[in-house]
Ligand binder design. Structure first.
Ligand code: CUA
Length: 317
């Protein structure tokens, strides 16, 4: 049975109302202010409307009387909304300005693909997928690009949405204030599996982050378990390496996620499945069943080969 990572209660329903960075905090206060303004307008207008309905009920002797425009009234109901729009505009621009972080202590590049996230730590010299690790207490800068269509990078508890637009580089940044694992998602419809384009942002202690970086910088572990050794042969007997890279082997494809440390990731297929051996087999047997429309072709393998291949990939931690 396919198990969904999204079912994990700790990561369920990330909300902008539970901000975990100063940037998300600013966005929340703007959202709350706009909500209050809207509520006051709604109840104010409805109150006046109800008052008018009861106060100025038609009386038979007045039914035929018509009134013509009132300049004062028209000026007032044009001015009030104009002033409100100006106030909201100024509040929004001030918030956008206050959450802007042009550079970071840690900088990375995220590229959107249909339907997964390529995450490059260029200074550190490695790439991963669908999972971003950052150290607590540091400012993080992320350059955002797209390999195909427009996507949008969004971790609701961390900051606002920023589009990934083909042919240009956008930027987002945040202060990684609170340790935790946060669910992120693509927030711009980008095709069939837009809903299965999720990722995880892990804010960890600086020492855990350094350890993670060191681990990621290592080339792939050489398999020792007999099933995994056979699995590596299976990997190179089918065209996996045409799309995927595994550092330390001759696999250097760039179309799909880098698999050097795939076994250590939280999820498979951009948050579609928990990363377990069982789900790896399910995924490899029929990627189109788990995530219809994705670009992964079905490797034609028997059950023994699938088990071995899953053992190899699972061991790449
Ligand atoms: Cu990528 Cu929606």
């Amino acid at each position: 049975m396919l198990t969904s990572f999204c079912a994990s209660p700790a990561l369920a329903a990330p909300s902008i109302l539970r901000p975990e960075t100063p940037q998300a905090e600013e966005i929340k206060s703007l959202a709350v202010s706009l909500f209050v303004i809207s509520a006051v307008i709604l109840f104010g207008v409805e109150a006046v409307l109800l008052a008018a309905i009861f106060r100025f009920r038609g009386r038979p002797e007045e039914m035929a009387r018509q009134t013509h425009g009132d300049n004062t009234l028209e000026a007032v109901w044009t001015l009030i909304p104009t002033i409100l729009v100006i106030i909201i505009f100024v509040m929004t621009v001030r918030t956008m300005d206050s959450i802007d972080l042009p550079g970071g202590d840690v900088n990375l590049k995220v590229t959107g693909h249909q339907w997964w996230w390529e995450v490059q730590y260029e200074e550190e010299g490695f790439a991963t997928a669908n999972e971003i690790h950052v150290p607590e207490g540091r400012e993080i800068g992320i350059d955002l690009e797209s390999a195909d269509v427009i996507h949008s990078f969004w971790v609701p508890q961390i900051g606002g949405k920023t589009d990934l637009v083909p042919g240009r580089t956008n930027h987002t940044g945040f202060l990684a204030a609170t340790r935790g694992t946060y669910l992120g998602a693509c927030a711009e419809f980008c095709g069939l599996q837009h809903a299965h384009m999720r990722f995880y942002l892990v804010v960890e202690s600086p020492s855990d982050f350094s350890a993670w970086v060191k681990g990621q910088q290592q080339p792939a572990a050489e398999p020792t378990d007999p099933a995994a050794v056979r699995g590596k042969e299976v990997f190179f007997s089918v065209p996996c390496a045409g799309c995927h890279a595994i550092r330390g082997t001759e696999a250097a494809g760039v179309l799909g996620p880098d698999l050097t440390h795939v076994g250590g990731r939280l999820s498979l297929a951009a948050g579609t499945l928990d990363n377990t051996r069982e789900n790896l087999v399910l995924w490899l047997r029929d990627p189109q069943a788990a995530k219809p429309g994705n670009l992964m072709p079905t490797p034609q393998l028997d059950d023994a080969q699938l088990g071995d291949l899953a053992a190899y990939l699972d061991g790449l931690e």
